[in-house]
Design a protein around this ligand. Structure first.
Ligand SMILES: *Cc1c(COP(=O)(O)O)cnc(C)c1O
Length: 406
């Protein structure tokens, strides 16, 4: 299917990507989500909205981000023939791809006349990106965050507060992401006349998986043009890491109609036993979480299972519904990479190319290195979703300066 027909077909009017997606909400939230859907469907065809978003991307975010040919990394892998290219989302303002959808969501809020952005955050990366968007648009911002995460992610809490956001501690249950989502939904149900909920990935009830995909597609659209300009060709494969699935879906969808292999890289953490990883597509089964249906890591009672990854941005027990559909269609292959493989890639990319990647992004680089050594030809385009400054204290404490990988 070509891209044009693909985008017309998916999702359908009820937010389904074939059997995945949809909108499973408490009664009181239904009108709020319907309001967002109506507003987005009108605005996404408005030339004024589109040109304003383009201007913001260029002047505030620093888009287009470059594509970079990693000659030294490529030469160090296998027989050195297969070439690795990076789409540098780490050079986006705030250091990761998340601002792509947060600025879109912020602009939508402004067009809808809302005064406040509400969201949850786990590791705090989404909270920081959304607080940035709120500051830019002059909106209030309320971020719900588990107490356990607040203690672990102090620098991101500080960033959010400097940017003017209110951080609401969530004190029930396990005091982490799942409870933070419930708390943000509650706050939104109380306040939806004046506020809008902004999700952190290509997940959640309709219209969020579609909206976040649309806002993130600038990654793949730019990268395709840039790669063609640099080499005259399409890449043989595109690769991105998959947490909830936003940087990856934005990278992949512009290539769905092209003769290009697509790989989504999930975190295998310490190994394949439940509880040791967050590879929802590789090991999950169909289920419902946070208002949408997709692949889910669940226990025998259908509750979301505990997940783990060294990369806190990847440890989510589900994955966006469009990924689930593309997996079942056989269009995208989902593979996984352990903590250790990701850390090796983290140090290699730092030393050989002068780019310190986010540990999340290092998962995609690790798989690209593996694939390059197997393929021995062609070129791979990898989305580097973010920069690693946020990770360096943790890395040095647990891995030193990477002596064991050199
Ligand atoms: C949040 C995050 C991810 C994972 O989120 P997706 O929605 O799967 O893209 C990956 N990389 C970085 C740098 C992140 O901050």
């Amino acid at each position: 299917m070509d891209l044009y027909n693909y985008l017309r077909k998916y999702p359908d009017d009820r937010g389904y990507f074939e059997q995945y997606g949809g909108s499973f909400l408490e009664e009181k939230l239904i009108p709020a989500f319907e309001e967002i859907t109506r507003a987005y469907q009108a605005i996404c065809h408005s030339s004024q909205f589109i040109s304003e978003l383009r201007r913001i991307r260029k002047e505030f975010q620093g888009r287009p981000t470059p594509v970079y040919h990693c000659e030294k990394l490529s030469a160090s892998v296998g027989d050195g023939t297969c070439q690795i290219y990076l789409k540098r989302e780490d050079l986006n303002h705030t250091g990761a791809h998340k601002l792509n959808h947060c600025m879109g969501e912020g602009l939508l809020a402004k067009y809808m006349g809302k005064k406040k952005l509400i969201a949850e955050t786990g590791a705090g990366q989404h909270g920081v990106a959304l607080a940035t968007a709120a500051a830019y648009f002059g909106l209030e911002c309320e971020i719900h965050m588990g107490e356990v995460d607040i203690a672990k992610q102090a620098p991101n809490v500080t960033r959010m507060k400097i940017l003017g956001a209110k951080v609401v501690p969530v004190t029930h249950g396990n005091k982490t992401l799942k409870e933070a989502v419930d708390s943000a939904f509650e706050a939104y149900a109380r306040d939806y006349k004046d506020a809008i909920y902004c999700i952190g990935s290509a997940v959640g009830p309709h219209p969020f998986p579609m909206m976040v995909r649309d806002f993130q597609m600038c990654i793949g659209e730019e990268a395709k043009e840039q790669f063609k300009e640099m080499t005259g060709l399409l890449p043989d494969a595109v690769i991105a890491c998959v947490g909830g699935g936003s940087n990856s879906i934005g990278t992949f969808v512009p290539f769905v109609g092209d003769p290009v292999d697509i790989y989504g890289v999930e975190p295998l953490g310490r190994g394949p036993e439940l509880g040791n990883h967050a590879a929802s597509m590789s090991y999950g089964t169909k289920g419902i979480l946070h208002g949408f249906e997709s692949y889910l890591l669940q226990d025998e009672n259908g509750e979301a299972a505990p997940v783990y990854s060294i990369a806190s941005g990847l440890d989510y027990p589900a994955v966006g519904p469009e990924h689930a559909m593309l997996h079942d269609m056989g269009r995208i292959q989902y593979v996984s990479v352990t903590d250790d493989e990701a850390m090796e890639a983290f140090f290699k990319l730092s030393r050989l190319e002068g780019i310190i990647p986010a540990i999340e992004s290092a998962h995609a680089v690790a798989y690209a290195m593996k694939l390059a050594s197997e393929r021995k030809k062609g070129a791979l385009l990898v989305t580097l979703s973010g920069r690693g400054d946020k990770d360096i204290d943790y890395v040095v404490e647990h891995y030193g300066y990477g002596e064991k990988y050199m």
